[in-house]
Design a protein around this ligand. Structure first.
Ligand code: DQA
Length: 154
């Protein structure tokens, strides 16, 4: 058993990562299972927490563009990094792209599916240029890779 001092030190050093999921990702597990799989995000999130004991991982989901922007603003100076699956807003939202540019916390863009092997309208990401990098096509493991990218980068 470690001393309270050691525990405090570990807590202080723990990196804080925020996962933000955009529209329709609350339906993971039942939504288009051939594309997105049959595991709910809550189930996967619990697995992530166990896999990354050295990281504090918070999770937020919204179907509303403004809520995602507010959460990105909130994340600034509070988290070491953000893993963002902006879902369909990836392809449309200048406002989310501007929010990422406005904050200093690094943001990793992730997608469960390979957006480049799907319909043409999904090939374009409005947010990619403002993120430190993009991960696409590794199913739910895209989130794990996103967290790894942030831990390595910081
Ligand atoms: C997605 C890909 C987007 O094109 C789509 O609109 C989503 C999910 C993905 O994780 O593969 O909702 O971001």
């Amino acid at each position: 058993m470690s001393s309270p001092c050691k525990q405090l030190k570990q807590t202080m050093q723990k990196k804080k990562i925020l996962i933000i999921n955009g529209p329709n990702l609350n339906l993971l597990g039942s939504r288009e299972t051939s594309v997105y799989g049959n595991i709910s995000f809550e189930e996967y999130y619990n697995k992530l927490i166990k896999d990354f004991k050295e990281v504090d991982i918070d999770y937020f989901q919204s179907n509303h563009e403004g809520d995602i922007i507010d959460k990105l603003h909130f994340a600034n100076n509070k988290y070491n990094g953000v893993v963002l699956n902006a879902a369909a807003y990836t392809h449309t939202s200048i406002a989310i792209a501007d929010a990422i540019a406005a904050i200093s916390v690094p943001v990793v863009e992730v997608h469960i599916s390979n957006i480049f092997s799907r319909e043409k309208f999904r090939h374009k990401s409005m947010i990619a240029a403002n993120c430190i990098g993009s991960i696409s096509g590794f199913k739910l493991n895209s989130y794990k890779l996103g967290i790894l990218a942030l831990i390595i980068d910081n």
